[in-house]
Write a new protein. Sequence first.
Lengths: 272, 165
Amino acid sequence: MFADSRFDYLGRVRFYIAIVVTPLHLVADLPTRASEAFHSFFRTREELEAENQRLQDEMLMLQFKLQKLDHLEAENQRLDELLKASATVDDAAVRAQLIGESSDPFSKRVIINKGSNEGVYVGQPVVDAHGLMGQVMQVEPLLSWVLLITDPLHNTPVQVNRNGVRAIAAGTPDSLHQLMLENVPSSADIKVGDELVTSGLDQRLPAGYPVGVVISVKNDGSQSFANIRVTPTAQLDRSRNVLLLYSSPEAKAARAAQKNGAAAPLSPEGRQ
Amino acid sequence: MVDISGKASNVWVIVLSLVFAGVLAIVPVPNWLELWRPDWIALVLIYWVIALPHRVGVVSAWIVGVLADVLEGTLLGLHAVVLTMTAYIGLKLYQRLRMFTPLQQSLTILMLIGTGQLVIFWVQAATGQNTADNLAFIISSITSALLWPLVFVCLRFCRRSFHVS
């Protein structure tokens, strides 16, 4: 175990042993799947109609927003070209499903049902419909482990949407639903309600994905740093469907190379 | 599998019970219950060590431990070392353990699994995998001890009905 924590070469061993134990993860997920199937089987027509109506309304709203977004994107690109800035890439994404979580009560990791067979790689960003969830920390043939942003081992470089102030959001050991901004001077312009997005400065997580909302700012006179708490926008404990982002060009190429047969990656707007 | 006397020893029952324990060890439960989850793999392994010391020993414990490490995503070798240690103490104690009353057995199990949890906690703290600073991890060895009589009765029933030897 010393070797595993310090060196890399046991990764292959773990990779192959994982083939043997993967079925256990699938079996352990069966009760949840069964209850989901049970619920979807015994739904009334009215419920389904109501849901259909709600989804259609939602889609209308989203399409309305998308119209404006298209316009803004084009404008942004023009401005970028004027400034000679590098064009921002559209991230490709693949849907994955949560099938388990770490049984260690002190760490916040989850298991998703895509592994190296789908081209998942270590460090790959994982988002849900509302924001950044975490990144892939370990890849097995059919599964991978995702480290959530609230794990005390995870640090996310973030930026305040309002004014661009940069900071690092770290997970907290005590709570599943909180992040802390580390080493932010008391004078920094961060207020309760500020939205934080990824800054992309780590060259790993793509820039611009929502991370969280500031819920409390405490300025203790005796300390030089402010105590800022953030609640993640992603539904870390509820999302079952997540998206794996293929953001780096190499990863995209690797993905495109083995795409035949697997599910095609969809761009955020659903057009290629 | 056929042993020297030509009778089937039904080792698959042991393997199946360990697989079942593995599933119980990773089945998703609410967060507050996570702390109370007993160490199923260790419980089942200890039972087989006590019941069939000639079948299940240190080597099988090591193999089960490596598989448990991959299953739970812990450091490769962590559970292997801990379960090997547990099985070794179990092998030393099995003659006495068989004579014990259920209460005495449960207390011994508490010590055995508690020691294992402590070693896991030490290693994880030393490698920075665990940042908790309290003794909450001990709770799982208490639930393990409380569930031991149940595990014992169930597995003894399995062993007798399938003539595992």
